[in-house]
Design a protein around this ligand. Structure first.
Ligand code: KIV
Length: 263
C-alpha cells in the first residue's frame, strides 16, 4: 500500500475493499508493518504485550503518547490511531484535554475510545473540537475487571439490539470508523450493515468492513494466551528463541565473533 489513508479514504473504503489494521507499539515494527496495512493502531494492549501487565487498565497517557510518537516516526506514511487509556475520558473536558495532548505531542491521525451510546456525548465533543475519533464497541478490554472477564457480545437478541444502538450512536456522534470486538459473526455483520462508516472487526467474523489484530499475537510473539480469533502467521517466539539460542551457543563455544565481525 502506497498512499497514506485519510479519514475520507477510510470512510470511502466501506463496501469496497476490506481495511487492514494492525497494532504497533514502536518504530521498528511500525516500519515493518506499514507496507501491508491501511491503519496502525497504537493499542493500549501494549500494556500487556509490551509492558507485561495482566490487562490494559494501568496504561497511561504518557505511555500511549511515547509509543505513538515512536510508531509515527517509524511509519510516517501510515494513518495512526492512538488508544485513549482507561480513565482518561471519563468527562468530555478530560477527554478533550487528553486527546489534544495526542495531537499536539505526536503525529497521530486519530484517537480511539471504548464504549457505545454511553460515550456518544464524549465522542461528539471531541469531533466537534477537531479530533478524529475511532469508536470501539462490543467486548471492551477496559471493562475486564468490571465485567469479571472478557465477555463475547451479541449472544442474544437484547445484546444484538444494544450493539446496533451503540454503533448508530457512535456514528451519529461523528466517529469516522469503529472497531467491533468479540461479537458473534452474524450480529457483527448486522451491525456493519446498520451504519455507513467502516466497522473493523477483531473476533467478529469476516462480514465486516476490515480486520484488526494485535501484531504480537498474529506474529506468534505473545505466548501468555491466544484468543480463539487469533491466527498466528508466524511462530515468532519460536524463531526468536531459536536465533538467541544459536547466538548463545556460539558465544559459549567462542565461535562468535568471527574474523568478519572483528575490527
Ligand atoms: O488495544 C488494542 O490493541 C485494541 C485492539 C484489540 C482493537 O484495542
Amino acid at each position: 500500500m502506497t498512499k497514506k489513508m485519510t479519514v475520507t479514504s477510510i470512510q470511502k473504503a466501506k463496501g469496497q475493499t476490506p481495511l487492514v489494521m494492525i497494532t504497533a507499539y514502536d518504530a521498528l515494527f511500525a516500519k515493518l508493518l506499514e507496507p501491508s496495512s491501511d491503519m496502525l493502531l497504537v493499542g493500549d494492549s501494549l500494556n500487556m504485550s509490551f509492558a507485561g501487565r495482566s490487562d490494559t487498565l494501568s496504561a497511561t497517557m504518557d505511555q500511549m503518547i511515547y509509543h505513538t510518537q515512536a510508531v509515527c516516526q517509524g511509519a510516517p506514511e501510515s494513518f495512526v490511531v492512538c488508544d485513549m487509556p482507561f480513565g482518561t475520558y471519563t468527562t468530555k473536558e478530560e477527554a478533550l484535554k487528553n486527546a489534544l495532548r495526542v495531537y499536539q505531542e505526536s503525529e497521530a491521525d486519530s484517537v480511539k475510545i471504548e464504549g457505545g451510546a454511553d460515550k456518544a456525548e464524549i465522542i461528539a465533543y471531541l469531533t466537534s473540537n477537531g479530533i478524529a475519533v475511532c469508536g470501539h464497541i462490543g467486548l471492551l478490554p477496559q471493562a475486564v475487571r468490571s465485567e469479571g472477564g472478557y465477555k463475547v457480545k451479541g449472544k442474544n437478541e437484547h445484546e444484538a439490539l444494544k450493539l446496533i444502538e451503540d454503533a448508530r450512536a457512535v456514528e451519529e456522534a461523528g466517529a469516522f470508523c469503529m472497531v467491533i470486538e468479540g461479537v458473534k459473526a452474524d450480529v457483527a455483520c448486522e451491525v456493519a450493515n446498520s451504519v455507513k462508516i467502516p466497522v473493523i472487526g477483531i473476533g467478529a467474523g469476516k462480514n465486516v468492513d476490515g480486520q484488526v489484530l494485535v501484531f504480537s499475537d498474529m506474529l506468534g510473539l505473545f505466548e501468555a494466551f491466544t484468543p480463539k480469533f487469533v491466527k498466528k502467521y508466524l511462530d515468532g517466539a519460536g524463531v526468536v528463541k531459536e536465533a538467541v539460542a544459536a547466538y548463545a551457543d556460539e558465544v559459549k563455544k567462542k565461535q562468535f565473533p568471527q574474523d568478519i565481525h572483528t575490527y
